[in-house]
Design a protein around this ligand. Sequence first.
Ligand code: ACO
Length: 321
Amino acid sequence: MTAKRTGVGFRAILSGTGHCVPAAILTNAELERRVSTTDAWIVERTGIRERRLAAPGEKASDLALVAAQRALDAAGLAPEFLDMILVATVTPDRPMPAVGPTLQAALGARCPALDFSAACAGFVYGLSLARAQIESGQAQHVLLVGVEVLSRRVDFTDRETCILFGDGAGAVVLSAVPAETGRGLLHTRLGADGRFADILRIDADEGVIRMEGREIFRHAVNRLTEVIEAALAETGWSAADVNLVVPHQANLRILEAVAKRIDVPRERIYANLERYGNTSAASIPIALDEARREGRLADGDKVLFAALGAGLVWGAATLVW
Ligand code: ACO
């Protein structure tokens, strides 16, 4: 990239994207054999048909490494030029140290690296953190990874949760460009309400996901609608301006309900959750990388990201591709 590290008048573009999912596929038919459910119920209520499962011993940092290498390749950037590595995850390899430094060493990068936890909103929170690094002039290139090995945190006897989640990693490289190019992240808007912490949680003693599905569903539709409308208004866009929405991939019915409320045609909402389920912090960067590789993004396109997750935390971001 040519941008100098002055920080004044710079924006963060997504200069590269990549993803990595484990090879093993867990289908709805297989889940029918494990719990009292049916493929038809899962597809009708969630849109999910299959998800990926990490192999025994396969860690978050293993998936993150491949996704990050693919994003760096796409950006044409060598790891030594990274100024910061941010990893969004609730399923790190171990409590300490973080995935970030493990990934830094595996890539051969030399920059600061850390993990942070914002559950399914991790990628959108990360866009905001990375944008601040770039716009303040502290970083020219930031690697942002969302990675989860949620299958290790799923109770495979709980039919309400075990159908939803999957494993994977997605990564983006954010790079500074002069603001006058008109490209890059224009706005990020975040929110949180910790009063609802208990409706989606992993308690330390139990170690598996517990969830009040209907409550989450209700909050997701309401909060996502609000934050998207706010982000669009603050960017100066209308819903009709948006070429592609790349939302967190939780449930097709949530996406369809939000699309209807914000009045964006369903075909402009990117969805790949039927193949991966909910991969939490990884879902948006996986979807973004697939959308890019499928040719769904052209220079100048207006792109919207939105997510809600455990916390509750949520956010939206607007970007010119
Ligand atoms: N198979 C068959 N029946 C099931 C299953 C299953 N896998 N899971 C629940 N049911 C039953 C329930 O027990 C209930 O039976 P009952 O009426 O006899 O009590 C019935 O189906 C209906 O249950 P509801 O909870 O009303 O079903 P709903 O339509 O809300 O779908 C679901 C449940 C899919 C969990 C939905 O609420 C949901 O997706 N919520 C959001 C959860 C989510 O996305 N969490 C991820 C993290 S947060 C995020 O990413 C946004």
